[in-house]
Design a binder for this molecule. Structure first.
Ligand code: MN
Ligand code: MN
Ligand code: MN
Length: 275
């Protein structure tokens, strides 16, 4: 029998993905995914649309991806196997929603100063009320302000640009704490994306563990072997478990399809072995 295929980081159109929860589940099945975690940004609304019973195929794991800050850097924490009925989780999601809306208003005002006419309405509609920077990027492409989303991030939305509004996100301790309070397991998402030195990443992993985190996404999407072994080493040194996921958003992103991520290297302890 082949190994079970887990994909523990995916998005639907409840955040910045493009498939509905049911479409994602069907699509993941086509890719051979046995166990699928949906981890939309700061929302769990996908699960209201899906069957989470143990017999469901693929088997669904409840999840969320929370934005938070560590030393003024934006970090993503994935929460897995969270209790959707948790009051702490509901309050956390409401707080994140307010931060997201406030941030979207600020980004919109800043873009307006550059001559972008009233972007907020369209961004709220296309995001279903859960706006993020990718929705601004898509808007800027649609109105012809930039040629593609990559350029939108490079010039206006990426780290250090005017759309990089992060002051109001919660601390990493708060984000991990909410997941733990909701009965879930906190996973440090896509560490390579933060472009930190190994020393800094070790500190982040240490603080994340201190806060109650249990696993690191050693493999996120397609990743070069040097990155994977460095992350495996840091994870093992910290005594943490290893998670993996595609961070799937869109069918068009061929490098990040469901279940298509660099496999966990030998020598790490997979998070799912604790289930
Ligand atoms: Mn996203
Ligand atoms: Mn992320
Ligand atoms: Mn993600």
């Amino acid at each position: 029998m082949r190994d079970m295929l887990f994909d523990l980081h995916t998005h639907t159109d409840c955040s910045d993905g493009s498939l509905s929860p049911a479409e994602l589940a069907a699509y993941a099945l086509e890719y051979g995914v046995d166990v699928l975690a949906i981890t939309d940004h700061d929302t769990v609304s996908a699960f209201a649309q899906l069957e989470t019973s143990a017999e469901a195929v693929p088997q669904l794991i409840t999840g969320i991806e929370l934005s938070c800050l560590w030393h003024r850097r934006l970090i993503h924490i994935v929460g897995l196997r969270i209790d959707l009925a948790s009051e702490t989780l509901a309050a956390a999601i409401e707080q994140q929603r307010k931060v997201r809306l406030g941030r979207a208003e600020t980004i919109a005002k800043r873009l307006e100063k550059l001559g972008v006419e009233d972007p907020l309405d369209d961004v709220l509609i296309r995001s279903g009320g859960n706006p993020g920077r990718p929705h601004f990027a898509a808007h800027l492409v649609d109105i012809g302000f930039v040629k593609d989303e990559k350029t939108a991030f490079k010039r206006y939305l990426g780290a250090g640009k005017i759309g990089d509004v992060k002051e109001s996100w919660p601390s990493i301790d708060a984000a991990v704490g909410w997941i733990v309070a909701a009965g879930g397991q906190a996973v440090l998402a896509h560490p390579a994306k933060y472009k930190m030195t190994k020393t800094r990443l070790r500190r982040l992993v240490g603080d994340f563990k201190q806060a109650g985190g249990v696993a690191v996404e050693v493999c996120s999407g397609s990743q070069d072997p040097a990155t994977t072994s460095a992350l495996a080493r840091i994870t093992n040194e910290a005594g943490l478990l290893a998670s993996a996921g595609s961070d799937f958003h869109h069918r068009s992103q061929s490098w990040s399809q469901p279940g298509r991520y660099t496999r966990l290297p030998p020598g790490v302890a997979p998070l799912w072995d604790t289930w």
